[in-house]
Each structure stands twice: as structure tokens, then as C-alpha cells.
Design a protein around this ligand. Structure first.
Ligand SMILES: [Ca+2]
Ligand SMILES: [Ca+2]
Length: 463
């Protein structure tokens, strides 16, 4: 079946930030694009939380709790991370305790230390209603300039998977005495599960290079995406005790040397491999009726590789039992933006996508977009509890009106170009004000209003 993806402009109808200017056609479904949050440095993990907020880690060390209805967010934790999140290390994966009502814990992986050597920590924090507190370090690994993993995923049996990269030393991966180049499995208190495949070991799979996608699929399947070196990015099914081949086997067992190694080592082959590498990243299983064309598929963020040629959201249509990829569709390549992660709104079926700018290891513009089928009627998303922000007209010519509906309209506002330069700012003293744009050049800007710990952003265009 052919699938079409055709953007067209709705600029005349826009309210700033609510719709960014495009709709996308997916079969018989129309997705409306919204810039939910803009100006965030390197959103890395996107997660729909058990509190019905969208949670996000940023590689420079912040945890954001985003109101999905308004895009307003609060920074609930700021960590000191290695090299301020420049390069590959920083704050990475996140997961929530499955018994959130009684045990509101958030699990985070981050790299800390100076220079390019340090420590990677898996820590649990308590959510106290406003911030993350009481860090408990559950596990420490090495951290380096490259290949730090790390995604987290809580399994239905209340254990936690953590992907650990090989730190650029490929011999780590097959070495069962190293925690690098693995997928690890822990109890939620940090102890080793009694039924792990290797006695008294966190190791769940080995021979992994740098796995940066994990998701639960149907029928108890666990999916993983893994970066290859130059060839053979992989999409795998996670099998306890499995050897995934690195560095002796890349992708399928399809060379003479690989076939011998695979026969002797019972190597698990991927469901699909991509050559040259496209830099596969965060994954999420999608089965929501809001986008019927994407049901029973895995949405996979693709960074595009060092050559910045393959950026997209891949839709991997799975076979009925989930054990094979039937076909791949590609979306949003026209943004030419590194796609880092994806999350799904369980009420509306809307998809949130984290973009990481145009070049490795991450530059502006960074933003979180929502793609929603507005024709789908669903259970309402819970009412927003945080301020709403509008700016209009969009596109703007010489002036823009800002409306900020907050209980206390205080704080400050900024307008920032997509190159990161702040071009205007001021104090918030009322719920509406005008900004003179007559000296602005044309292009994309974002408006950021900060009120206490709450930040709200909107994008607008200057003609
Ligand atoms: Ca492999
Ligand atoms: Ca191969």
C-alpha cells in the first residue's frame, strides 16, 4: 500500500505555537504539527509519565516536566554532567517506577566527571510533587566521550533494563566480566534479579555496541535499537543471555568469518540492519487507534549519522506476532533535523518527537514537536494546570501580541533566534503585551516566558 506524506501550509489560520504551519497526510489520516516546546538544549529522553505529564531529559543535565496541553514546563532537576552535556555523555535515559502512586521514583542515567573520563550513574530519585530529590545511586559504570548508552525500560515483572555502551572499547562487549557493551537487568532497588541469565551478574545480553533504544512490544517482546560502526545499525529482539555479536559480527551473520563465529557462539541476529549507518535511536511501540496506519508498528527516531543524510522518524510495520519487520516507512526527513526520541500520548494517540538540531553531536534548533490526529475523538487529556501562552499574528510583520494566562503574570520573557541569540527580553507585568519586531530579520524565533520554575515556549515566524 502506498503511503503519502505531503506538507501544506495553514499559515493563515495559525495561533502562534498551537500549530506550527503544517499538516501531514498519513494514508487516510491527517496529522497536525505543533511546536510544543522550543529552545530546549538537546532533548534526549521523552517519556509519557504516570502523572499524565510529558517528561524529558536534556543531555546538559535537566529533567523537564511538560504540560502536554500547553507546552509549559518546570525544570524538576538539574544535574552537573560531564562536559556540560557536550559530546555524547550527559544526562541520558529515564524511567518511572511502575507503582507511581505509592512509590513515585524516577530512574535516571547520567555521566559525571571532568574531561572525557568519569562515571556513569544509574540513580533513583524521589518525586516530591515539585522536584526530584533524595538521589540513591543504584549502579556505577564507566563513562567516556562516546558510547555511553543509555536507555532505561521497566519490564512488566518490575525489573529494569539499562543499556550500557562499550565506551569505544569493543573488547568490552563480549567480556562477561565487564558491564560495558551490554544490556543490564536490575531489580528496582538496584539488586541483581535472581533469575538473570548469568549468576550474580547484571548482564542480560552481551556483544552490544551502543544500544540507545528500548521498548516493550506485543506478546512480551522487548525491542532494542543499536548503533553500528559504519555499517549495520540494528533492530533487535532482546533475548535473555543473548550474544549480539559485536565486535565479531555486525548485523547479520552474512560473511564467511561471521558465519563461523555465529555457529560457535549462538549469536542473535537482528530483525533488520541498515547500511550505511543511519544512527538509530529512541523507539516506541505504537498501537493507538488515532493513527490506524501506524498501528502495530515501532516508531524509531533516526539521528541521521555523521553525514547528516538520513534523519527521520522511521515507522517499522511489524508482523502480526511482532517477531519480524514487514516494511519501513519514513517521515519528517524534510526537517533535516536529528531525531532523538519519540513518545506517545495514551489518550489522544498523538506522537511527540524530540529533534536535536542539524549536526552531530547536537546543535540548535532543538525542539519537541507534537503530531496529532485532531479528528480522532478520545478521552480528554487531563486539563492543564500550568500557564497558557499565545502570540499572534503568525507570521508576524512588525509587532507581535503576547497573551500569557497565568495565575500570577510575573517573571520575564525573552525572544530568541533559532541560532540561540537573544534578541529581545523584558519583565512580565501583565497578562498581555506587545513586542516591537521592526528591527528583526525574517526567520524563525521562539518566545520563552519564565515564571518562577515554570517555563513556556512558543515559536513564531517573522516575515
Ligand atoms: Ca548485532
Ligand atoms: Ca554481518
Amino acid at each position: 500500500m502506498m503511503r503519502f506524506l505531503a506538507p501544506f501550509s495553514l499559515a493563515a489560520l495559525l495561533v502562534c505555537g498551537q500549530v506550527s504551519g503544517q499538516t501531514w497526510t498519513v494514508g487516510n489520516t491527517t496529522l497536525t504539527e505543533t511546536d510544543l516546546v522550543t529552545g530546549v538544549q538537546l532533548p534526549w529522553e521523552l517519556l509519557w509519565g504516570p502523572d499524565d505529564f510529558l517528561w524529558c531529559t536534556t543531555r546538559p543535565g535537566d529533567v523537564l516536566r511538560i504540560d502536554p496541553a500547553t507546552g509549559s514546563y518546570t525544570t524538576v532537576l538539574s544535574l552537573n554532567v560531564m562536559n556540560n552535556g557536550n559530546g555524547e555523555p550527559g544526562l541520558l535515559g529515564m524511567a518511572m517506577h511502575p507503582d507511581w502512586e505509592t512509590t513515585p521514583k524516577v530512574y535516571l542515567v547520567y555521566c559525571t566527571g571532568s574531561g572525557w573520563n568519569g562515571e556513569e550513574r544509574l540513580s533513583a530519585f524521589d518525586w516530591n510533587g515539585t522536584s526530584l530529590v533524595n538521589e540513591e545511586v543504584l549502579l556505577t559504570l564507566g563513562a567516556g566521550g562516546i558510547h555511553n548508552g543509555s536507555r532505561l525500560l521497566v519490564l512488566p515483572d518490575q525489573t529494569l533494563l539499562m543499556t550500557a555502551g562499550d565506551l569505544g572499547t569493543s573488547s568490552n562487549a563480549p567480556n562477561l566480566n565487564s558491564l560495558q557493551g551490554k544490556i543490564l537487568r536490575l531489580n528496582l532497588d538496584g539488586s541483581i534479579p535472581a533469575d538473570n541469565p548469568f549468576p550474580d551478574s547484571y548482564v542480560y545480553t552481551y556483544g552490544n555496541r551502543n544500544t540507545q533504544g528500548l521498548a516493550l512490544g506485543p506478546n512480551g517482546l522487548i525491542y532494542a535499537s543499536e548503533h553500528g560502526q559504519n555499517s549495520d545499525d540494528e533492530f533487535n529482539i532482546v533475548t535473555p543471555g543473548g550474544h549480539y555479536g559485536w565486535p565479531d559480527v555486525q548485523g547479520f551473520c552474512n560473511t564467511i568469518g561471521e558465519q563461523d563465529f555465529c555457529a560457535n557462539n549462538d549469536v542473535v541476529e537482528p530483525l533488520k540492519a541498515w547500511t550505511p549507518c543511519v544512527a538509530v535511536n529512541g523507539i516506541e511501540y505504537y498501537n493507538h487507534p488515532a493513527i490506524p496506519e501506524w498501528q502495530n508498528s515501532v516508531l524509531m527516531a533516526v539521528l541521521g549519522g555523521l553525514s547528516a543524510s538520513y534523519e527521520r522518524l522511521s515507522v517499522l510495520h511489524m508482523s502480526e506476532d511482532g517477531t519480524a519487520i514487514a516494511s519501513e516507512d519514513q517521515f519528517f526527513a524534510s526537517f533535516n533535523q536529528r531525531v532523538r526520541d519519540v513518545a506517545v500520548n495514551p489518550y489522544t494517540g498523538a506522537v511527540y518527537v524530540a529533534f536535536n538540531g542539524v549536526s552531530y553531536p547536537g546543535s540548535g534548533p532543538n525542539l519537541i514537536k507534537q503530531f496529532a490526529n485532531e479528528a480522532y475523538s478520545s478521552i480528554e487529556t487531563p486539563a492543564p494546570t500550568t500557564p497558557s501562552l499565545r502570540c499572534f499574528p503568525n507570521p508576524a510583520v512588525d509587532q507581535i501580541r503576547v497573551e500569557y494566562a497565568a495565575a500570577q503574570p510575573t517573571g520575564h520573557w525573552e525572544i530568541i533566534g533559532f541560532n540561540g541569540e537573544r534578541v529581545a527580553s523584558g519583565r512580565v507585568t501583565s497578562s498581555a503585551w506587545d513586542v516591537d519586531l521592526s528591527s528583526f530579520s525574517s526567520g524563525s524565533y521562539f518566545l520563552r516566558v519564565t515564571n518562577g520554575t515554570s517555563t513556556t515556549t512558543r515559536t513564531f515566524q517573522m516575515q
